[in-house]
Design a protein. Structure first.
Length: 137
């Protein structure tokens, strides 16, 4: 499997600490694609973690995504595409370090959309991801 991140010089690139926050283009070749459903900040018991706290919710979503990817034989470094839904985009952008937990290992393509609400009013962020790994079966 090979993943190539492309940052065309002709396009603006958002950066944190001199590194891109995401890739403008990802070219991925491999044998196994992994699709992780929209993931929210619920713990194993179904309780919402970080009610009213965007940073805490981002970090819980990161942990839940890590668990899901690991179950499929992948990790954050294998991400090729992400879609993030937030209820308060300005608040979301105040926490790039928390977001970097997920995105700084692979710089996947990334879309962030502000929505009126998620499946429960206490939820502030939901992220779905696609990863690609070699098929070792």
């Amino acid at each position: 499997m090979a993943i190539q991140q492309i940052q065309p010089e002709e396009l603006f690139q958002r950066k944190l600490g001199g590194k891109p926050l995401y890739s403008s283009v990802v070219v991925a070749t491999g044998k196994k694609m992994i699709f992780v459903a929209g993931t929210v900040s619920r713990n194993k018991n179904g309780e919402i973690v970080g009610v009213g706290d965007m940073r805490a919710q981002i970090l819980q979503v990161a942990e839940n995504l890590r668990i899901s990817l690991k179950a499929a034989g992948a990790s954050f470094k294998d991400l090729v595409q992400t879609t993030t839904y937030v209820t308060a985009i300005d608040e979301f952008f105040k926490h790039p370090d928390a977001r970097a937990v997920i995105f700084s290992q692979s710089y996947p393509t990334s879309t962030t959309v502000e929505v009126r609400r998620l499946s429960q009013p206490e939820l502030m962020v939901e992220i779905e991801v696609t990863a690609m790994v070699d098929d070792v079966a």
